[in-house]
Every structure is written in C-alpha cells, then in structure tokens.
Design a protein around this ligand. Structure first.
Ligand code: PMP
Length: 403
C-alpha cells in the first residue's frame, strides 16, 4: 500500500487552507509542490554554501562546485546517461528545446528538410521548431493523432522520408497523459538517419527513464515537475551530437581562450553553460531526485493510476461532464462540462479549495483537434489521496448544479 498521506505530510504547501477549505492540489502536471527536504536543501545552500562555481579558489566555491557537479552525476545516473558530459543544465525543458533548435537544428537544416512534430505537443515542442524552420527554409510537418488521442504510428511511418532530419515528440503528453511510442519512433527515425528529440517534461516523473536504453538522441525535462524548484532543467544529448554542435549563448565559463583575434570554446558540458548557473537549483534537484528515488516506484505508479481511474469512473456519472482522450495508466485527466466555460468551472473549484488547471494547456493544435477552446485538467502526484478525488468529484457535481 502506498502511503500518500505520509508523503503529503512532508509538503508544507499542502498543509494550508485555501478559501477556507483544505487545499486539494491537483495541478502537479503544471508544477509539483516541494517536499520539506528540497526546501531545506535550497535554504541550506544559501545559508551555508553560496558561492559561484568553477571560479575562484576559496573553500566555499570549491564546495559549491563539488556539490553542483555531484548534482550533475546524480542526474546522469537517474536517467541512465553514459557520461556527465551529456548533461547540460538549462532553465527548464523549454530552454533545452530552444537550445537544440538553435544549435543542432539551425546548423543542420537546409531548405526542404522536414521536422516531424506530433499534434499533441506542448507549444514548447512546436514553436522552437517553427522558428528554426523559418530561419533555415525547413518545414515543420504535423504527425496527426488518432481519434483516441494516441500517436498515429501508421501516419508517422508514411510521413517519415529521407527529407526528415528531426522528429520531436513528448514522452508523455500534458493534456491527456498519452504515452507516445517513443521506442518505435526512435527505431524508425534512426533507420533514415533522423534524430529524435524527446520532450520528457511529463515523462520523467511518470516512469523510469533510461536514455541509453531508449536510444534517444536528446531528452529534456524541467526540475519543477519533479518536486524540485523552478528555474533548473536538463538537456541530455548524446555526447557525439553535443560535441559537434556549435555553442548557443556566449559568455563566461563556456570558453577556452578569448582574444579579440578570436575565441576557442570549452569542452562539454561547460560549452553550453555560459554565465553563472542556477547552482542552488541544481543542488535542490539532486535532493528532489534522491527523495523521489526513495519512493516505491511501482506502488507510486499504481496509486496514481488508481486515483485517475476513480476520478474517471465518478466523473462519468455526472450529467454534462465529458472526459477527453482518457488514457488508462495516466496521471492526468482532462474534461469539459458541456455548456459551461472551463474557466468558470475552475473558479468554482478554487472557491472549494481545489486547484486544477483550466485552459488550453499550451497545446492549441490539440485543442483544435478536440474541437474545444480549453479543458479542465486534474493532475495527480505522490501526495494525492482518495480524499482528494472525493473532494474533486463533489466539487464538480456542485459546479454542474450551480452553472
Ligand atoms: N513539455 C511539456 C509536455 C510540458 O508539460 C511542459 C510544461 N507544461 C513543457 C514542455 C515546458 O516546460 P517548462 O515550462 O518547465 O519549460
């Protein structure tokens, strides 16, 4: 049995009341709350360790540098990368995707080349490709989804030709929680020499990830959806690809030698880390990973899937509630109430202490395909309980009656 109440007790933000009610936090796909140990790691860093890294020679900077690099090693092991040189710190998944687009892709793409992008993708995995397509004369081609909100593998295989240089898709999508067939996509794309960029913003926290086994060329994620603070994220790239890529941002730490006659760039991973990094964020991400790895992963996944299934079964009983693209074994559920604006529903839920996300979830193409302007999304994490599901369902029922 997974003890979600014991977990929830470790999260100070969950102990508060919102609008006079117990906070029921069902917006973890947007960002997770943080356990006390992660908050402590952040404050400990600023109280005791704060220093810039890879510069200077005093004890504090040496210690901060070693913790910062230990955090990189922790991420390396966590995602099964072969070397810590393959782990680049970024501000998050969005920055990592833009980095790949503006270095790897911009250097590679020629007019007429194609970038295949899934229809259910988050804007962070669409817009950077559109920008680089505009810059290079390449073309972004949509990989359609099926009516059941699944990745359409048959269409993908038809669209995949030797014009395709990059395939971009989420490991798990953020609106319906669809697990996309990344293994099959990677195998097919590699046969034609295309690289695959996997957006792991949701995937990283919903199943164990081994990038080497997956054979992903790039895998990106944000710390803040993994119980760590915002402002730190990871770009994993195969070492050979990263070595061959030009740098993105110029500045301190990413150089070997600067002179006005010209500059030579440093080695990985520093080559992509110009300027002072988010040292505290990286160290707190290390703590979050250690905390997360301490959970029984199988029991956690089963617990979350059960909560989502119970939510689905209960919501289905309510008049006018329509669940969109339900996926078994997901950690999110999206629904609409026919005739009522999603924002009005979310406001009513908020008045009852329930935090959900309402809107287009940065997925306009998916909203268009579903024929809606937005949905209400409840998303679940390790700290959610069956009581949270009951509160949500009761509140939705009340909202249906009122509206
Ligand atoms: N991709 C997916 C699937 C996401 O859910 C998100 C966050 N909503 C992102 C990318 C972007 O992540 P961030 O805003 O942390 O960079």
């Amino acid at each position: 049995m997974f003890d979600a109440k014991h977990i929830a007790a470790q999260f100070p933000a969950l102990q508060q009341q919102v609008n006079g009610q117990r906070l029921v936090y069902l917006d973890s796909a947007a960002t997770t709350q943080k356990p006390q140990c992660v908050i402590d790691a952040l404050s400990h860093y600023y109280q005791q360790q704060n220093a810039n890294v890879h510069r200077g020679s005093h004890s504090l900077t040496a210690h901060a540098t070693s913790e910062f690099e230990r955090a990189r090693e922790t991420v390396t092991e966590f995602i099964g990368a072969q070397s810590s040189k393959e782990i680049i710190w970024t501000r998050g998944a969005t920055e990592a995707l833009n980095l790949i687009a503006q270095t790897y892709a911009r250097n590679l793409l020629r007019p007429g080349d194609e970038i295949l992008v899934g229809e259910m993708e988050h804007h962070a995995n669409v817009v950077p490709w559109q920008i680089v397509a505009e810059q290079t004369g390449a073309k972004v081609v949509k990989i359609p989804m099926t009516q059941e909100c699944q990745f359409d593998l048959a269409s993908f295989n038809r669209l995949l030709t030797d014009k395709c240089k990059i395939v971009a898709l989420a490991h798990i999508t953020n609106v319906t929680g669809t697990r996309q067939p990344v293994e099959e996509v990677i195998a097919s794309a590699h046969k034609l020499g295309a690289v695959v960029v996997v957006d792991g913003a949701q995937g990283i926290v919903h199943e164990p990830v081994d990038v080497t086994q997956l054979n992903a060329d790039f895998y990106v994620f944000s710390g803040h959806k993994l119980y760590a603070p915002a402002g730190v994220g990871v770009l994993y790239g195969k070492q050979a690809l990263l070595e061959a890529m030009p740098p993105w941002h110029g500045g301190g730490k990413m150089v070997e030698k600067v002179s006005f006659a010209g500059t030579t760039f440093g080695e990985l991973p520093g080559k992509f880390e110009a300027g002072t990094p988010n040292v505290a964020g990286a160290i707190a991400l290390m703590k979050a990973i250690q905390w997360y790895q301490g959970l029984d992963q199988h029991a956690l996944a089963t617990h979350i899937h059960q909560l989502v299934e119970k939510t689905k079964t209960a919501l289905e009983q309510l008049d006018d509630v329509r669940i969109l693209g339900y996926q078994p074994n997901a950690s999110v559920i999206s629904f609409v109430i026919d005739g009522v604006h999603h924002q009005d529903v979310a406001t009513l839920l908020d008045q009852q202490g329930i935090a959900v996300r309402a809107g287009n979830h940065c997925a306009h193409p998916l909203m268009d395909a579903l024929g809606v302007t937005g949905t209400i999304r409840a998303s679940f994490a390790a700290y959610n309980t069956i009581e949270d599901v009951e509160s949500l369902v009761a509140a939705v029922e009340k909202a249906v009656d009122m509206l």
